[in-house]
Ligand binder design. Structure first.
Ligand SMILES: C[S@@+](CC[C@H](N)C(=O)[O-])C[C@H]1O[C@@H](n2cnc3c(N)ncnc32)[C@H](O)[C@@H]1O
Length: 262
């Protein structure tokens, strides 16, 4: 497996957080790059793989901390590659899913900087694996829909989904926030029944994983789990109830009534 090449930027998926879930390619690049620019969600256990002489820079943009703008990140990547460094741009999960990859790739391509994208295990796959929730099923889920609860600031639409969500699907919601009432109302408003099973998964694919099974209607009654979380919705989530607490049926009915009345 070749080492990171001088003057090249690698948009690399770090997976959900466990070093065992890195691809072999990602591991090799992280270990050999001269510079590694990483997001906040990439844990220390993965950064420890970096070469001891590598420049390791946090460019996380999470709320409440000093912000590195996307433009600053783009310029840093270009400058490092132009200086002849091999550069890994390390992102949690898969770099092509909610990872601002289009902006970074456009900036690099515009400057004719050689770049490569290295896939990673996205949070939804880690969550599905941890909980043994099949994302598709011959009888109940023929498709997978990936959504985000968080929209770019310039987007006017605030609804999770326009129109009616299909019921024969598994829906993975990234960046769901902790306002589960609003989330439930969006899902019910998009036509999902209150008894549709779902599960909130925190820190999937790490040793700190936690999961709260619910139904769409009982989501508001759930306590917020530590970030990052992803929510899976669909009949496949029924499996989570077999080993967990029973659904509070009254709460489900109550919320259905409240939403249809409102
Ligand atoms: C900016 S997006 C990046 C997604 C990432 N590219 C991926 O493919 O997983 C960050 C969101 O991904 C989800 N996420 C990332 N890692 C996670 C994990 N280990 N467990 C649960 N959700 C996670 C959360 O919804 C978090 O708010």
């Amino acid at each position: 497996m070749t080492a990171a090449a001088s003057g090249t930027v690698y948009l690399t998926g770090a997976g959900p957080g466990d070093p065992n879930l890195l691809t072999v390619r990602a591991h090799r690049l992280i270990a050999t790059a001269n510079a590694v620019y990483h997001d906040d969600l990439v844990p220390r256990s993965i950064l420890e793989i970096c070469h001891p002489m590598a420049e390791v820079v946090s460019v996380g943009k999470r709320c409440g901390r000093k912000c590195v703008t996307q433009d600053e990140i783009n310029r840093a990547l270009i400058a490092a590659a132009r200086a002849g460094k091999s550069v890994v741009r390390l992102k949690s999960g898969d770099p092509m899913l909610y990872g601002r990859a289009s902006e970074e790739l456009a900036a690099l391509e515009c400057e004719h900087i050689p770049c490569e994208v290295v896939p990673g295990v996205s949070a939804l796959f880690a969550a599905a694996a941890d909980l043994r929730v099949p994302l598709t099923d011959r009888l109940t889920a023929s498709r997978l829909i990936v959504l985000t609860g968080h929209r770019a600031a310039n987007k006017k639409i605030t609804r999770l989904w326009e129109g009616t969500l299909p019921q024969d699907a598994t829906i993975a919601i990234y960046m769901p926030g902790s306002n589960y009432r609003q989330l439930a109302e969006s899902l019910l408003g998009a036509g999902l029944p209150g008894d549709m099973p779902c599960v909130i998964v925190s820190r999937a694919g790490t040793g700190e994983q936690q999961a709260l099974p619910a139904t769409v209607a009982t989501l508001p009654a759930q306590t917020a789990l530590p970030a990052p979380t992803v929510v899976l919705v669909g009949r496949g989530c029924e499996r989570c109830f077999r080993e967990n607490a029973a659904i509070p049926a009254m709460a489900a009915e109550e919320l259905c009534v409240a939403v249809s009345a409102g």
